[in-house]
Design a protein around this ligand. Structure first.
Ligand SMILES: Nc1ncnc2c1ncn2[C@@H]1O[C@H](COP(=O)(O)OP(=O)(O)OP(=O)(O)O)[C@@H](O)[C@H]1O
Ligand SMILES: [Mg+2]
Length: 384
């Protein structure tokens, strides 16, 4: 959808802001541009909607060389959230949001109706906030208006320059979540600039890590964290990249361990014998469909009766596909040595600290080899 081919931008004073940039963003993909101040992120962005013209190279949007597209027509297809939000101070929130539709010549009523719909979408009640002026909003609310304004004309492409920059970390995380939920629904092709690696990892389908004017690595969050391409990238993502990787690595069925299974209608005495024979301290209790009933410990089984009557409700569980970090959090919260992984109500297995570690290391190898995690042999992990 967006393609950079050997794009260089040199400013008249001789500053080379970006140098020979080549990358591609697929339709519906969210790519984050991350890097330190002055590395060329805003310049990259502004070349896409021709607010800045490249010195050399070619940029295409939807297959069209944008140098040949009328800039005004081009910008209609591209929503832009500028750095520092940039709302018009003397226009109401509703009018700010309706800016682009109004420029496009929509009837006033239609433009305002669309603006109200978008304010709603970004979590601002248009009745309460529509008639306010930007200075009467909090920083986070202003940023939401900036996003609503960029989406107003329903452009297929969205450029967002530090859209959640000016707020505290808690609000920022909330805005990021809202944005991700919205992106699920609207599936825009997005270039999003940030200088925060956490944000880049959280939001990006892929990440472009910038050095000075160049992309040092362009890859998935997992690959950037797990296998930084250069020492510069390793330094930029930080020494705690292993920990960060926990939040982008999903739990897969292959990661799980299978504990002993007991049935609710099984006599406790028989289950106890089986546990003793296996040297197990507990069993998971599943019904005939494999749905989770709970778990039972070896000490309780001595009371006799049926397993079902003795079983505890499972408190420590996570859905398959959740990030490893969530499983780790649950283990810590319940001080548990394992956490059950479910697919809907169906029990798939348990994740233990050792299995979690193994999954993390295997996923690094899988990314490096370009294969599924299940294909990485365990001994290659153990030897590593
Ligand atoms: N009009 C200009 N004339 C000369 N140099 C410029 C101009 N605009 C930007 N630059 C320089 O180009 C480089 C890249 O700037 P750019 O704004 O793209 O950085 P950035 O990555 O967005 O930084 P930040 O994170 O601080 O916003 C910087 O060194 C900057 O000083
Ligand atoms: Mg910038």
């Amino acid at each position: 959808m967006i393609r950079f081919e050997q794009v260089t931008k040199r400013y008249p004073d001789g500053t080379t802001a970006v140098d020979g940039l080549s990358f591609e963003v697929a339709e519906g993909e969210l790519v984050t541009l991350v890097g330190p101040s002055g590395c060329g992120k805003t310049t990259t962005m502004m070349m896409v909607n021709r607010l800045i013209e490249p010195t050399s190279g070619r940029i295409t949007v939807g297959g069209e060389d944008i140098a040949r597209v009328d800039p005004v027509r081009l910008r209609r297809r591209i929503g832009y959230v500028i750095q520092q939000v940039g709302l018009f101070p003397h226009r109401t929130v509703l009018d700010n949001t309706a800016t682009v539709p109004t420029l496009l010549g929509w009837k006033r009523a239609r433009a305002r109706a669309r603006a109200a719909e978008l304010l709603d979408l970004v979590g601002l009640d248009p009745k309460t906030y529509g008639s306010r002026y930007p200075e009467q909003l909090s920083g986070g609310q202003r940023q939401r208006v900036g996003v609503a304004r960029a989406l107003a004309a329903d452009p297929p492409v969205l450029l967002m320059d530090e859209p959640f920059g000016a707020v505290d970390p808690v609000v920022r995380e909330q805005l990021q979540d809202e944005f991700l939920r919205m992106q699920e629904a609207v599936r825009k092709t997005v270039l999003l600039v940030t200088h925060d690696i956490e944000e880049a990892v959280r939001l990006g389908d892929r990440i472009a890590v910038y050095g000075a004017g160049r992309i040092e690595q362009f890859d998935t969050p997992g690959a950037v964290l797990g296998a930084p391409a250069t020492s510069y990238v390793a330094g930029f993502v930080g020494a705690d990249r292993g920990l960060k990787r926990l939040s982008v690595t999903e739990i897969e069925p292959d990661d799980l361990e299978q504990p002993l299974v007991a049935r609710p209608d099984e006599p406790a005495e028989r289950a106890l014998d089986r546990l003793r024979a296996e040297g197990a301290r507990w069993a998971v209790v599943l019904d005939a469909d494999g749905d989770l009933h709970g778990w039972v410990g070896i000490d309780e089984l001595a009371a006799g009766g049926t397993v079902g009557a003795l079983a505890h409700r499972m408190t420590a569980w996570v859905p398959v596909g959740a990030p490893l970090k969530q499983a780790f959090g649950v283990m810590l919260q319940y001080d548990a040595g394992w956490v059950a992984v479910l697919d809907g109500a169906r029990f798939l297995g348990v994740l233990t600290p050792a299995k979690l570690h193994e999954a993390l290391r295997r996923s690094v190898d899988a990314d490096a080899l370009g294969v599924a995690r299940g294909q990485v042999r365990f001994d290659s992990v153990a030897d590593a």
